[in-house]
Design a protein around this ligand. Structure first.
Ligand SMILES: [Zn+2]
Length: 144
């Protein structure tokens, strides 16, 4: 294991659990959290070292009201890329709903969609859309 020469001291910020979402306030963490501390992690997608900073945590839990049990998995650039993929997948699904009949035989559309779904799985370690992928594979292999 490599050690960094002089790691900066972790950032700390006082916490105010009364600002958390209702479900977060009901969690055990609400009783003992008095401050946020920088939390280092490895990006699940690219393996880069990243930090969920104390200030970022305060914003995430107290302003955005995210659940306190949520931790970070992706570094900033990968997170933005995963949002872009999710958005593109959303519009892909809308396009599909609007014109299934013609898109059913559109190999370019279908394979692009399948590729996006597979790409998303490298960013998000949950919510695999197995049913959708099977449908796309079937359409791509068997035509209409
Ligand atoms: Zn990353």
């Amino acid at each position: 294991m490599k050690r960094k020469p002089t790691p900066p001291p972790p950032g700390r910020t006082p916490a105010d659990p009364s600002q958390w979402s209702e479900s977060s306030q009901g969690s055990v963490a609400a009783y003992f959290t008095t401050e946020y501390v920088d939390e280092p992690y490895k990006c699940w997608h690219c393996g880069a070292d990243a930090t969920f900073t104390a200030v970022d945590q305060k914003y995430t839990y107290e302003v955005r009201k995210a659940n306190v049990n949520q931790s970070r998995r992706l570094c900033e650039p990968c997170w933005r890329e995963s949002l872009r993929i999710a958005k593109e997948l959303g519009s892909q699904a809308n396009t599909w709903e609007a014109s299934k009949k013609t898109l059913k035989t559109d190999k370019t559309f279908l394979s692009n969609w399948l590729m996006l779904l597979e790409l998303q799985e490298t960013y998000v370690p949950y919510r695999y859309d197995v049913a959708r992928k099977n449908m796309l594979r079937k359409l791509l292999n068997g035509g209409a």
